[in-house]
Design a protein around this ligand. Structure first.
Ligand code: HEM
Length: 501
């Protein structure tokens, strides 16, 4: 009994000391913010898991906290969030390599993927092997292959769906360079599409309780499938990626060419296997994580961006006509879609692409960095190892930079506009952070631009579109599941497609 009492008193005393430290003596104690957020991580967990019966609400709450407390807010005991467009490039910098937090490593069950890798140095090594595959010149060379997929998509739409409603998942899935399987599924609903939903379901629980993801990772897959059925498709996808890596391994071992040459590599994995990476970086589980992130992250964000752009273009006659006019004038023969390089010179098309990217807000959740040196924000001293975060949502809905920020206005990108003087009159594009910035910026940015540009140009040039039982609610973001999420009842953006006149 006495031992039990001692135990209880010790626990209460430790809790009291920890609370007192966090609230009054912690280096971040003077940063504005709700007391409760500085006291306990449960504050964030509540908004991410439970609030409004939905979860995924902390980004919106942080927005309200900035309105109340100003541009810097302490959002949990060890992290501050900054809402100041001018600070973005200082935090997401190319100069100093900042780490990412260790606990986010398990968020998608792919701990060795580039975006999960916490340490700057190992990230740099891993990224150097993949960068050459995503340069602008390499993507321009790849563009004809993306066009072939867009053409195949258009043929299927014309043949199987003319005058019919097309399924909501169909748009850019089909253009992804990762896999062509969507095109061959009757309703474009492949196992991968389901896996993406599975990833979203587990993202917040695994962020708030990283041990949960570790337990999932250590259990036999049949057990996980029973406890958490939504993980089944994720595990199937991971198995598929393991197979892809093993096939590449076998091919590289059999037919190793005398010289390393990325031009002859069939996939990025052949290239990585032939790179100078240390042997431990070439293990199947690590390459599987890269495959999951490259194919998973890439396809889902591009799909959502194209969907958002499509919805707004089709629902606004003026925008649709202006875009169609530009495409018809520059490509009188619809069977001859011009090269990506030329498409990228069409001002209105590219304004629609930029505006789609801005409004779609690909990764919505904040992305914390851990500077090794102290940083200063205003009068606030942020000691080394503080988690500092910003996010795309706050940047893209800054009303001084993007007035009427929830409206789709391609015109705001025409004629190389500048930001207002309060934001240093820089080119407005400087504040577009769909792909992040700095050492960890999206590796697939050029590929995403290519897919979205070719997708929009081909589909809008060749067909007439009409929304079908679709409303603004189908693109209105109500939850942050790392990626933006709409109401649960949404059936997706659905359209009727007709052959062009
Ligand atoms: C519209 C499309 C896309 C958007 C909006 C987008 C957005 C982003 C953002 C914001 C980041 C930075 C994450 C962070 O700071 O933590 C990122 C990283 C990443 N993206 Fe994308 N992405 C898109 C398309 C793609 C594509 C097509 C690929 C596939 C090739 C891809 C692969 C990756 C990878 C591997 C990373 C991690 C990079 C690193 O940490 O070094 N993304 N993406």
């Amino acid at each position: 009994m006495t031992l039990f009492l001692v135990l209880v008193v010790s626990v209460l005393l430790s809790a009291f000391c920890l609370s007192a430290y966090r609230v009054w003596f912690h280096p971040l104690a003077s940063v504005p913010g709700p007391r409760l957020a500085g006291l306990t991580y449960w504050y964030e967990s509540y908004y991410e898991l439970l609030h409004r019966g939905l979860g995924g609400q902390y980004t919106f709450k942080i927005q309200r906290l900035h309105e109340e407390y100003g541009p810097i807010v302490r959002i949990n005991p060890g992290e501050v969030h900054i809402d100041d467009p001018c600070f973005y490039s200082q935090l997401y910098t190319y100069r100093d390599g900042f780490d990412k937090p260790e606990h986010l490593k398990w968020r998608f069950g792919s701990p060795s993927a580039l975006f999960s890798t916490p340490g700057h140095h190992i990230h740099k090594v891993r990224r150097s092997a993949q960068d050459p595959f995503f340069t602008k010149s390499r993507i321009l060379k790849l563009a004809p292959e993306i066009q072939v997929k867009a053409d195949k998509m258009c043929r299927r739409l014309a043949k199987d769906f003319s005058d019919q409603q097309i399924p909501p998942t169909s748009l850019p899935n089909s253009l992804s360079t990762g896999t062509l399987e969507f095109l061959d599924h009757s309703m474009f609903e492949s196992p991968f599409v389901k896996a993406i939903r599975g990833f979203k379901d587990i993202a917040h629980p695994c962020t708030q309780f990283p041990w949960l993801a570790r337990i999932f990772a250590s259990l036999p897959s049949w057990v996980v499938r029973i406890i958490q059925p939504s993980m089944s498709c994720v595990m199937d996808f991971q198995d598929e990626m393991r197979l892809l890596v093993r096939t590449a391994q076998a091919e590289v071992n059999q037919h190793a060419p005398d010289e390393k040459d990325i031009k002859t590599d069939r996939t990025i994995f052949h290239g990585i296997l032939r790179s100078d990476l240390p042997k431990e970086e070439l293990e199947v589980e690590i390459l599987k994580d890269h495959a999951v992130s490259l194919i998973g992250a890439g396809i889902a964000s591009a799909q959502w961006t194209l969907t958002v752009a499509f919805y707004h273009i089709i629902s606004n006659k003026e925008i649709a006509c202006r875009l169609k006019d530009e495409l018809e004038t520059s490509m009188p023969d619809e069977d001859n879609i011009m090269s990506l390089e030329k498409l990228m010179q069409l001002p209105y098309l590219m304004s629609c692409v930029e505006e789609g990217l801005r409004l779609a807000c690909g990764q919505m959740t904040r992305s914390p960095r851990i500077p090794k040196k102290p940083m200063q924000y205003g009068k606030h001293f942020l000691p080394p190892d503080t988690l500092i975060s910003m996010d795309t949502w706050h940047m893209h809905h800054n009303s001084a930079l993007f007035p009427d920020s929830f409206a789709f206005v391609p015109e705001r990108w025409l004629d190389q506009p500048l930001s207002p003087a309060m934001y240093q009159s820089r080119p407005l594009r400087y504040y577009m952070v769909s792909f992040g910035k700095g050492t960890r910026h999206c590796i697939g940015m050029n590929l995403a631009y290519a897919e979205i540009t070719i997708g929009l140009a081909s589909l809008i040039r060749r067909f007439e579109w009409e929304l079908w039982e679709t409303s603004h609610a189908d693109v209105e973001v109500v939850r942050d599941l790392i990626a933006p999420e709409v109401v649960k009842t949404s059936k997706g953006v659905r359209m009727l497609v007709r052959l062009g006149k």
